[in-house]
Design a protein around this ligand. Sequence first.
Ligand code: ZN
Length: 428
Amino acid sequence: MKHALFAIALVAAPALAAPADDVSEARMKAIVERLVAFGTRHTLSVQDDPRRGIGAARNWAEADFRSTCGDAVTIVKPETTISGKRVPQPTRLVDVVAIQRGIERPNDVVIVEGHIDSRRSDPLDASGDSPGANDDGSGTTLVLEAARVLCHSHFAGTIVYAVVSGEEQGLYGGKLLADYARAQHWTVKAVLNNDIVGNSKGSDGLVDDTHVRVFSEGPRANATPALTEAQRLMGGENDSPSRNLSRYIAGLGDPALAIRQVWRADRMGRGGDHLPFEDAGYPAVRFTVAVENYEGQHQDVRAEAGRAYGDTIDKMDFGYLAKVTRLNVRALAALASAPMPPEATVDGAVKTFTTVQWKAVPGAASYAIWRRRTDAPGWEDKVLTTTNTTAQLDGIRADDWFFGVSAIAADGSASPIASALPGGGFGN
Ligand SMILES: [Zn+2]
């Protein structure tokens, strides 16, 4: 029968399916339910109980990486002992990290992370139930599901899937992972932090399931006074690598989920595990929902004056979480296929022409020069594509433009654009 043959032909061509299409909403819901069932995942909670607490939850996440990816990933568990304002007793802190080595440039790394720890109204209450379904069961689940759908594909660069902890006590797990990246001498192309990515209804009833917010710093956290002065004169305060990573991700949206770039490091008065990476000079962004439910965050589960408080599964939208996961999968695949963005400079002072120069990067088959007006939010024109590492642009007055350069692999995968401005380089 013709229909049967057609069906067989479809089955015989699995290479045409994009990994993002494989994201399973049902599996993600089951993972969040499993995480909630550990009772609490507070960083200061019990670490050696097989059923309850942060230790059991970490072990379960590690087992999920092993069962879905097997030998396709290497599991490492960086650990340290922390103490601080929200850590009254020295406490063992462990991140669970699955590394999918790149086949051409294993030192080029893109990281996706979520935090597995949860909290109650009192940040020091490590014994009571603390479901943490959305904060950040959602991000943890996204990381595990991204690993499942991507780990059996091959990429030029490395993808690191990280389930971190200690976020609610002071961003300790993100700092531990940033330190680990430094110790491994990884070249970190991008960090995608996913924290609260699984609800579409706000505490006032406002619904938005067609946007996700991406937060990025403007001026770099690790800027020196000399860099700040150079940016005052030349520009670059809106061109950090994190900001250009945000612009790149904004180009990966689809009709079901558009990206709302937010040009601040994080929400007002809040933080997340991308911040320790930016502190260390690495490009990083935070994904989070379009509208937050504040009654669901950092609250003991309870009813009060007819309102339901607490971070429970019923406040989540798994269709939305699956959309944010598909976006992350597309971003990870694109970034892991692309070369590092090149370090670029511009010479155009007191001239009627502009010279753009950059350093060659491994894996680049060509480079694209982009420009935008200095008051334009995003890159506007691709000026030219070349295999050289310098280009003279006749008749173009450099004062009136910002320039950037993207590296393009032989298969067409393009890197984010690195601005040819002070502080614009992705190198770290
Ligand atoms: Zn969080």
